[in-house]
Write a protein that binds this ligand. Structure first.
Ligand SMILES: [Zn+2]
Length: 133
């Protein structure tokens, strides 16, 4: 497996990065403590989720940038009579909130690839706990 595979399986599909058999999420934002199939612990220490929000903010900023470029080129919001700055800000905020879950999944895919996840109750080893090792 490669980092691209982990990104796809965990960052996009939001499944366990180790086995891909279960969802990492038990609610819209909440994570299971560990995978029910392979035992990989998703959050080894409290606060590891804090990397997700900056990724979500970056997605929101990219949405705002794209909307600003579109508005600057074709003025679709102005044609609709909407205040472009506030509409872009509101749509960017909506994108940030809606993208929080994928952003969190992308963050945990990175944590897996960087070796911050472990099986069982032991500490992370600094390498992904890939099956068969
Ligand atoms: Zn698993």
């Amino acid at each position: 497996m490669s980092a691209v595979h982990t990104f796809w399986r965990t960052g996009i599909l939001r499944r366990c990065p180790e086995c891909g058999q279960t969802s990492m999420f038990n609610s819209f934002y909440g994570l299971h403590e560990r995978c029910a199939v392979c035992g990989t612990r998703f959050e080894s220490s409290s606060g590891e989720w804090l990397g997700g929000p900056p990724i979500g903010y970056a997605i929101g900023a990219l949405v705002a940038l794209a909307l600003a470029l579109i508005e600057g080129q074709w003025s679709p919001l102005g044609a609709l009579g909407l205040p472009s700055t506030w509409t872009i800000a509101a749509l960017s905020l909506v994108a940030t909130v809606l993208c929080y879950r994928p952003a969190k999944a992308i963050w945990f895919a990175l944590l897996y690839e960087w070796g911050f996840m472990a099986r069982g109750d032991g500490p992370p080893t600094g390498a992904p706990p890939r099956a068969g090792r």
